[in-house]
Design a protein around this ligand. Structure first.
Ligand SMILES: Cc1ncc(COP(=O)(O)O)c(C=O)c1O
Length: 392
């Protein structure tokens, strides 16, 4: 049986999600902007999904803007607020070195167009120090964007503290909570943020749908212009079926976040198993608060891609860092930002567990990892004895 430990890349859609998406496509395919009964029925489905997302985030339904996923929500948060604040003279953005590319590349692209920005570092455990964010704030800071949970190592950031500091200087605050939804309880007021991104496929929903929480009164310009959908904050006919799936997944995520004991116990067992059985291993980012499902483990002297392929051949799906940069030999920008030595940024695998992960699967993964690492190290040793490099 294949073992899937790549839940941070995407999650299997929940059976209830598949049911409602299928049913909605078949029976409720109206355009939610149409005035006739079919359109109004679709609108009711959107309203229910919006309620469910609002319940997940502890916000009002009008504060939820549906998007095509986490990337769009992040981009809308950053570009939308900067556009809205441009006339006020606030243009500077503060973000961190371990953000997802959806934020980092957006900030870099804006930087090329002259938008000033500061990228705050993290410590060796991947934690952002709120004092560093405070130091980066300027009179013209428009937005501070710091992720809640990191996708590669799972570290949780002190968002409430960061938000308080940013607000004291008049800046808006966005958090990318794409990897936090369903893993920690979300409450936008307790976090103190103005904007927060989520993505359905990270918590049992369909791909291609997500949401941005926009606190009532937050200045934000639409980036996708056209019709008046989403109260003119995001134009385009809504994906009613996909959003119905987001709503159902949000209900599950709200409940799942309340008790992560099972997944945490399995993650801890995986780390303990690998650390005790396989020499030369360490957990990246274990020193800080983390989401319960993520283990990023370094294997000294082992090429992470080779180990990933060895595990894949045994039916075990894991990842090297961020999914969007896998397939390349680029070292992880997150591990680099944590100050890991160059070779340690290329020997780490991310194991991300989910609700369906079992004890038996973890036991098998530890066995397979142990055997695969021994084999790869033997090969590397005999190559170096024979004077052959990696490609020789
Ligand atoms: C932290 C984080 N932000 C944003 C995204 C992008 O979300 P989406 O895949 O919905 O575009 C991801 C996906 O990997 C993520 O992990």
């Amino acid at each position: 049986m294949p073992i899937y430990l790549d839940y941070n890349a995407t999650t299997p859609p929940l059976p209830d999600v598949i049911d409602i998406v299928t049913r909605t496509m078949r029976d409720s395919w109206g355009n939610a902007s149409s005035i006739h009964a079919r359109g109004q029925h679709a609108k009711q489905i959107l309203d229910a999904a919006r309620q469910a997302v609002a319940a997940l985030l502890a916000c009002a339904p009008v504060e939820v803007v549906f998007t095509s996923g986490g990337t769009e929500a992040d981009g809308l948060a950053v570009r939308g607020t900067l556009d809205a604040l441009a006339a006020s003279g606030r243009r500077h953005v503060v973000t961190t070195a371990i953000e997802h590319e959806a934020v980092l590349q957006t900030v870099r692209a804006l930087g090329k167009r002259g938008v000033p920005h500061t990228i705050v570092p993290v410590d060796s455990q991947g934690r952002v120090n709120p004092a560093d964010v405070t130091d980066a704030l300027r009179d013209d800071t428009a937005l501070v964007s710091v992720m809640l949970a990191n996708n590669e190592i799972g570290t949780l950031q002190p968002i409430a503290e960061i938000a308080a500091a940013a607000h004291a200087r008049g800046a808006l605050v966005h958090t990318d909570a794409v990897q936090a939804a369903g893993k920690v309880a979300l409450d936008v007021r307790a976090l103190g943020v103005d904007l927060l991104s989520i993505s359905a496929h990270k918590f049992g929903g369909p791909t291609g749908v997500g949401a941005l929480y926009v606190r009532r009164g937050t200045p934000m310009h639409a980036q996708q212009t056209g019709g008046r959908q989403e109260r003119s904050r995001r134009a385009g006919t809504e994906d009613v079926a996909g959003l119905a799936g987001l709503g159902v997944a949000a209900e599950h995520a709200r409940v799942a976040a309340l008790d992560t004991t099972h997944v945490r116990a399995l993650r801890d067992a995986l780390e303990l198993g690998i650390l005790t059985r396989v020499v030369g291993t360490h957990v990246n980012g274990a020193g800080g608060a983390r989401v319960a499902n993520t283990a990023n483990i370094g294997f000294a002297g082992v090429d992470a891609e080779a180990l990933l392929i060895a595990l894949d051949l045994e039916g075990i799906a894991v990842s090297t860092g961020a999914a969007c940069s896998s397939g390349t030999l680029e070292p992880s920008h997150v591990l680099r930002a944590m100050g890991l030595a160059a070779h340690d940024t290329q020997n780490a695998l991310r194991f991300s567990l989910g609700a369906a992960t079992t004890e038996a699967e973890i036991a098998r993964v530890v066995d397979v990892v142990d055997a695969a690492v021994s084999r790869l190290r033997r090969v590397a040793e005999s190559r170096s004895r024979n004077g052959k490099g990696r490609c020789g």
